[in-house]
Design a protein around this ligand. Structure first.
Ligand code: CP
Ligand code: NVA
Length: 300
């Protein structure tokens, strides 16, 4: 039987995803109560990271430690991947020795090629197209603070990037209303005009009555050379107090981090009572554990 993968949010059925988020909240409570739960003893998770990471790497490594398993961090610079060994051959070899693999890389197609040859579950740790693991933590955080996200209004303001695409997928899987404000000509690649998503260049329209406002950096990893040009293009989309003021009174603010203060978001929003960024970051750990359990522990 082909193993389960998590390449995009659409890989897991809606009802399982919802259950996974609730399970993450439960696993968090168990961790806080020091209840040991080690279902992945003698299991190894390989992390193939071709881009920098703080939260994703640390959360998977610590999650595996909690679960009694091990991790293997593999930078392509140190493996034969960096010297041109085909991704398909690498997938066959590594998956013959480990139990699960997380990949963070530039080209989404490389994750697809890898997963096609892998005999164990493959998790997308971020590509230029999507960042599905982050959405598990975001929906978990929303659920903890405000309850079910179904039917709520989420405003994405900023770049039409991997996080924006992941919010598009999440709006379908978790059934929330999504409005997106991006500059003209920056259309998210997963946006489909038949979807019930509001796309505008006006952040005030997008943020109106929102329960959650989200943004991300204006230049993602791999776009460093465009950074200065992008600062000018995206300036009108900075999330500031003015934008937050048109949202719901009890709106919350999220950012996957790392954030560039005074660029995509002002410090007074980032540090405001509406901001839940630290809880969101911590929840990467608990959400990742729920994902590993879903993919690797039988009968879950
Ligand atoms: N949000 C996120 O994925 O952070 P890292 O790049 O630090 O993993
Ligand atoms: N959009 C950002 C997210 C980082 C977690 C990037 O891809 O660099």
């Amino acid at each position: 039987m082909k193993s389960k993968n998590f390449i995009t949010l659409l890989d897991i059925p809606k009802k399982d995803l919802k259950q996974l988020v609730l399970r993450a909240i439960e696993l968090k409570k168990m961790t806080k109560s020091n209840i040991a739960y080690t279902p992945l003893q003698n299991k190894t998770l390989a992390l193939i990271f071709d881009k920098s990471s703080t939260r994703t790497r640390v959360s998977f490594e610590v999650g595996m430690t909690h679960f009694g398993g091990n991790t293997l961090f593999l930078s392509p610079r140190d493996t034969q991947l960096g010297r041109g060994e085909p991704i398909e051959d690498t997938a066959k070899v590594i998956s013959s020795m480990v139990d699960c693999i997380v990949i963070r890389t530039h080209d989404h197609n490389d994750v697809l090629k890898f997963s096609a040859e892998s005999s164990v579950p493959v998790i997308n740790g971020l590509t230029e197209l999507v960042h599905p693991c982050q959405l598990l933590a975001d929906v978990m955080t929303f659920t903890e603070i405000k309850g079910d996200i179904k039917g709520k209004k989420v405003a994405w303001i900023g770049d039409a990037n991997n996080m924006c695409n992941s919010y598009i997928n999440a709006s379908k899987q978790f059934e929330f209303h999504l409005s997106i404000a991006t500059p003209d000509k920056f259309i998210p690649s997963l946006y489909n005009k038949n979807d019930n998503i509001l796309l505008t260049n006006d952040p005030l329209i997008a943020a109106k009555d929102a329960d959650l406002v989200v943004t991300d950096v204006w230049a993602s990893m791999g776009q460093e050379e465009e950074e200065e040009d992008r600062k000018k293009i995206f300036r009108p989309l900075q999330v500031n107090k003015n934008i937050m003021s048109v949202a719901n009174e009890d709106v919350i603010f999220m950012h996957c981090l790392p954030a560039h203060r005074e660029e995509e978001v002002t410090s007074d929003v980032l540090d405001s009572n509406a901001s839940v960024i630290w809880q969101e970051a911590e929840n990467r750990l608990h959400a990742q554990k729920a994902l590993l359990e879903y993919l690797l522990v039988k009968n879950i």
